[in-house]
Design a protein around this ligand. Structure first.
Ligand SMILES: Nc1ncnc2c1ncn2[C@@H]1O[C@H](COP(=O)(O)OP(=O)(O)O)[C@@H](O)[C@H]1O
Ligand SMILES: CC(=O)N[C@@H](CCC(=O)OP(=O)(O)O)C(=O)O
Length: 295
């Protein structure tokens, strides 16, 4: 086929998806792993701006784990992770907030603006968006019992107050949210960005939640990209966790998809943020990519 026709074919293929999602909300979790280099960052930003221009309402919740790690290293601190969550003492919390609500948030906003999007960067502490409380992670001991374990200033979401987001969306802005929650007395909590994205997707009654990461999707064998599970049902999640197939950072991701689906979000996807324009491929093409977690 001649290449002009091929290009036209690709554009036409997007039409049903543009119609389907016009006016709908898509929450995108943009993680540290998909922020590896400038070209990739620009590709993600272009996809989001394009979505906005065709009438979709993208909402970005971002992570920044690698950036936090590098600042901690520079100041001589190190983190440990329990089930994918950073153990966050007071000094670490201060730096987490600086990196997420400061550097990373403002960089994403600047990139969106540069590509012609209207963006506003906020933290979950702004406008009472994310109310949080201290999380005790359930960790299995040798006897196999799950024991609540103190992991510092890591937060559970108590409530999302989405009014501010609705206001921004109504005014044509793309909200860019750092996953920091505020406790009862205004203290900051570090919330896993996947978890925050899932909760925000529920509060907005989003049609789609897309988690960008640094693998093809959920793999049955982590060393084999061909073992991608392209569709996963909620009831298959626990067995995969028991078998140890899901581990580390993938656990909060999958949990967040399950909760989002149970909370009314239309579809949830874990896709490869290393693949340029993976977001466009997921939203606007017939085949989709990555792993779709469904009810
Ligand atoms: N079954 C699995 N399939 C794919 N990746 C998995 C699986 N289990 C654990 N992982 C790990 O989860 C990681 C993604 O989580 P994380 O590092 O938190 O990503 P991000 O920074 O994008 O949020 C992968 O890089 C991989 O190491
Ligand atoms: C509690 C917890 O682990 N919070 C995360 C928040 C950032 C995040 O989730 O970033 P990625 O999506 O890039 O991994 C952290 O401190 O790394």
């Amino acid at each position: 086929m001649n290449s002009a026709l091929e290009k036209a074919g690709i554009l036409v293929e997007a039409l049903p998806y543009i119609k389907k999602f016009a006016g709908k909300t898509v929450v995108i979790k943009y993680g540290g792993a998909a922020m590896l280099n400038d070209d990739l960052k620009e590709a993600v930003i272009q996809d989001i701006v394009l979505m906005k221009y065709v009438g979709i309402n993208p909402v970005i919740v971002h992570g920044g784990g690698p950036e936090i790690n590098s600042l901690l290293k520079r100041v001589g601190l190190e983190s440990t992770f329990i089930q994918g969550l950073r153990v966050t003492d007071e000094a670490t919390m201060e730096l987490v907030e600086m990196v997420l609500a400061g550097k990373v948030n403002k960089e994403i906003v600047a990139r969106l603006q540069r590509q012609g999007g209207k963006a506003v960067g906020i933290s979950g502490k702004d406008g009472g968006l994310i109310k949080a409380k201290k999380r005790f992670e359930l960790v299995k001991n040798e006897a196999g019992d799950r024991i609540p374990t103190d992991i510092g200033y890591v937060g559970d979401v108590v409530k999302i107050q989405p009014d501010l987001l609705f206001g921004l969306i109504d005014q044509g802005y793309i909200p860019v949210i750092a996953p920091i929650g505020a406790g009862e007395t205004g203290e900051a909590y570090n919330i896993n960005a996947d978890t925050a994205a899932g909760e925000i997707a529920q509060a907005l009654e989003a049609d789609k939640l897309v988690l960008l990461t640094d693998v093809e999707g959920i793999l049955r064998d982590r060393n084999n990209p061909d073992s991608l599970i392209s569709s996963l049902q909620i009831n298959q999640v626990e067995p995969l966790m028991e078998e140890g197939i899901l581990s580390g950072g993938m656990i909060p991701k999958v949990r967040c998809c399950v909760e989002a689906l149970q909370g009314g979000v239309g579809t949830t996807h874990i896709i490869d943020g290393r693949l340029p324009h993976s977001l466009l491929l997921e939203v606007f093409t017939d085949q989709g990519i990555g792993t779709m977690v469904v009810k």
